[in-house]
Design a protein around this ligand. Structure first.
Ligand code: SF4
Ligand code: ZN
Ligand code: ZN
Length: 329
C-alpha cells in the first residue's frame, strides 16, 4: 500500500507541541528548509539533519544502556499507537545492523471505540509489511473481561490504573512464554519524566527506584527496555511523519481524560514551554540519583504472587487483587 507523505505541505513541527508551528527558518546546519525546531537545543533542523539526529540519539541510547545485544530475543509491546509504531520501525532498522530476534505483542484491551480497532489494524498491517511476527492477545480471553467491562463493574474513576496493571502483567507473561529476553516499550522522554514526577508526587520512592529494572533478577520477570528514553514525544511523531508511517496523532484512548498522568503531563508541558529542556533535566537528575542510590539488592527483590505465582512486589499481585474486585477468581 502506498503511504501518503505530507511532508512537503507540512509546516515545521515544533519540539514542544507538535501542533504549534514555529516560523519558517533554515536548518541550523545547512541551507535547507527546517522541518523541526528543538527548543532545548535552540536548533532548527532540515529533514536530513533531523533524521540523522533522531537515529543517532536512538542508537546511542541503545548502546549507552546496552539495551539489545547480539542474539537477544526481544518482544515489542505494540499498541499500534504513534510511539510504538515508530519503535517497531526503528527496531526493524536495527535488525539490519545487529543480528537479533524481534517479535511484537499487542494486547487488545477491548475498548469499544474506533481508536482501539484502528491501532490494532495498524499494528497488524505494519508487522506484516516488515515481516515481523505478531501476536495478538485479547484481555477478554486472558482476564475474562474487557477494559470497558472492568470500568462498568468497578465504577472506577481511574481506568488507567487497572489498564496499566493488566497490560504490564500480560505483556510480561506472554513475552516470557514466547521466549523473550527483554520487552521493548515505546516510552518516550515525556512518559519517563511524567512517571518520575508522578512517583515523587505520590511519595513512592521505591517504585521510582524500581524503574531501574536491569537490577531485578527473577526468572519470571522479563526486563523492559525503553529505547525512546532520551527522545521527546514530539520528535517521535515528527520522525514518524517524515518517514510516512501510519501514525495516529490526535485520536486517543477515551479513558485518557481520567488520568492523573494527564494532569502531570500538562504541568510538565507548561514548564517545558517556559524552561525548554525541563524533561531532560528531570530524566538526568533521576539517572544521577540512581547512581547515588546505594542498595544491597533488597529493594529490587521481587516476590511471586501467592495466588498466581507471577512476579509481584507484594504477597498478592495487583492483577489478582483486581480479579478479586471483579469476583473473577
Ligand atoms: Fe489504558 Fe489509560 Fe492508556 Fe487508555 S489512556 S490505554 S485506559 S492507560
Ligand atoms: Zn540541514
Ligand atoms: Zn497474582
Amino acid at each position: 500500500m502506498k503511504r501518503e507523505s505530507k511532508i512537503n505541505e507540512t509546516p515545521p513541527v515544533c519540539g514542544i507541541e507538535y501542533d504549534e508551528k514555529p516560523p519558517e527558518e533554515k536548518c541550523s546546519h545547512c541551507k535547507n528548509k527546517a522541518v523541526i525546531y528543538l527548543p532545548y537545543a535552540e536548533r532548527y533542523l532540515c529533514k536530513t539533519h533531523f533524521i540523522k539526529h533522531f537515529e543517532k540519539t536512538f542508537f546511542g541510547t541503545l548502546s549507552e544502556f546496552k539495551m539489545i545485544n547480539k542474539g537477544d530475543k526481544i518482544a515489542l509491546g505494540l499498541s499500534g499507537g504513534k510511539d510504538s509504531i515508530t519503535l517497531l520501525h526503528m527496531l526493524s532498522l536495527l535488525k539490519k545492523k545487529l543480528p537479533y530476534e524481534l517479535f511484537a505483542i499487542t494486547i487488545d484491551l477491548g475498548i469499544g471505540c474506533d481508536y482501539n480497532k484502528e491501532t490494532i489494524r495498524i499494528a497488524k498491517q505494519e508487522c506484516e509489511k516488515l515481516g515481523i511476527e505478531h501476536h495478538l492477545f485479547k484481555l477478554k480471553d486472558d482476564l475474562g473481561c474487557t477494559l470497558d467491562e472492568i470500568v462498568e463493574k468497578t465504577g472506577t474513576r481511574n481506568p488507567c490504573s487497572f489498564c496499566g496493571v493488566a497490560k504490564r502483567y500480560y505483556l510480561n507473561k506472554h513475552a516470557r512464554e514466547l521466549g523473550a529476553k527483554k520487552i521493548a516499550i515505546a516510552h518516550t522522554l515525556n512518559d519517563t519524566a511524567e512517571t518520575i514526577m508522578m512517583n515523587i508526587l505520590r511519595n513512592e520512592p521505591l517504585r521510582l527506584f524500581r524503574y531501574n529494572e536491569h537490577l531485578i533478577r527473577d526468572e519470571k520477570f522479563v526486563q523492559r527496555i525503553k529505547p525512546f528514553l532520551r527522545i521527546p514525544e514530539s520528535e517521535v511523531i515528527a520522525y514518524g511523519r517524515l518517514k510516512g508511517l501510519p501514525i495516529l496523532e490526535k485520536k486517543c484512548c477515551p479513558y485518557s481524560v481520567f488520568a492523573f498522568r494527564k494532569f502531570v503531563r500538562m504541568q510538565i508541558e507548561e514548564l517545558e514551554k517556559r524552561y525548554p529542556g525541563t524533561r531532560f533535566k528531570i530524566l538526568n537528575s533521576f539517572l544521577e540519583m540512581q547512581k547515588m542510590f546505594k542498595t544491597d539488592g533488597r529493594e529490587f527483590k521481587i516476590r511471586h504472587c501467592a495466588i498466581c505465582d507471577e512476579p509481584s512486589s507484594k504477597e498478592i499481585c495487583k492483577l489478582c487483587e483486581l480479579k478479586q474486585k471483579l469476583s473473577l477468581r
